[in-house]
Design a protein around this ligand. Structure first.
Ligand code: B1M
Length: 210
């Protein structure tokens, strides 16, 4: 993307109503939902991140962009799914304690649901004990953990350790994701898998169940 598109610009301005209209227009013009999501919305959030890092955008503005992103994703949702209806398995998912980022995790949830998984979404800032309770209650095949901050990466490790110690790890695979993590970190903390984006998280979940 050489020039900033209207959709990206509007996302960065946090104008959710205009963004909804623009995304609807793009869909009506025949553009693929996945392309709008990747090339304009996720790319836009990356630009927001750059401006946040350089001090050109402040938290309230970033929150407005985040809200607009959520609204745009809701518009794209019906166009992104694979349309499978039978349950492919159960996944408990959440963003770890101390971390409030949920846009990426919500995209993962959306892809998993559209691939036919039952998803129990625990939200953000989730304590290890809450994950353990949810595993006991829902008996999922997979636990998904998301973290967006280098400062919350240690909480991924603590959460995996707490789950191991609680005795609920048998028959459970742990999948992690989020911008600062990678496969090496997943191996280091004893997770079963790492996915770099929502699409691969869904593919990996299917592979795990299979
Ligand atoms: Co924050 N933030 N933020 N932020 N924020 C980042 C992450 C940052 C890189 C921005 C920057 O400085 N350049 C930086 C982290 C630096 C670091 O740790 N190295 C940062 C910071 C510093 C902070 C605060 C500390 C700022 C402050 O208060 N001084 C603070 C922390 C709050 C907290 O969590 N305790 C903070 C706050 C916030 C907001 C609340 C304002 C807002 C979040 C709103 C929300 O989520 N509802 C926010 C936002 C929006 C961002 C950026 C701009 C965008 C994140 C995003 O949504 N990206 C972000 C910069 C960036 O990422 N470029 C930034 C789009 C999303 C689709 O991508 O989340 O990576 P992502 O998800 C991807 C993959 O990572 C993967 O799939 C997703 C879809 O493809 N994935 C998984 C994610 N989870 C997965 C789980 C899986 C598998 C794949 O399996 C289970």
């Amino acid at each position: 993307m050489s020039e900033i598109s209207k959709i990206t610009q509007t996302l960065m301005e946090g104008d959710d109503q205009t963004l909804i209209a623009l995304v609807n227009e793009a869909l009506a013009a025949g553009r693929a939902a996945q392309e709008i999501l990747n090339d304009e919305l996720i790319a836009g959030m990356d630009l927001v991140g750059e401006k946040m890092g350089s001090g050109e955008m402040f938290i309230p503005e970033v929150l407005m962009s985040a809200r607009a992103m959520g609204a745009a994703v809701e518009v794209l949702k019906p166009h992104l799914g694979e349309g499978e209806s039978s349950s492919a398995g159960t996944i408990v998912i959440g963003t770890v304690k101390g971390d409030l980022h949920d846009i990426g995790k919500n995209l993962v949830v959306m892809m998993l649901e559209s691939a036919g998984f039952e998803v129990v979404d625990l939200g953000v800032d989730v304590e290890p004990e809450i994950f353990i309770e949810a595993i006991k209650k829902n008996q999922p095949e997979i636990l998904g953990l998301s973290a967006l901050l280098t400062t919350t990466m240690p909480m991924l490790k603590k959460t995996v350790e707490a789950i191991d110690a609680s005795g609920v790890r048998e028959n459970l695979k742990i999948l992690i994701g989020g911008a600062p993590v990678n496969q090496a970190f997943a191996d280091e903390i004893g997770a079963d898998g790492y996915a770099p984006d929502a699409g691969s998280a869904s593919k990996m979940a299917k592979a795990i169940i299979a």
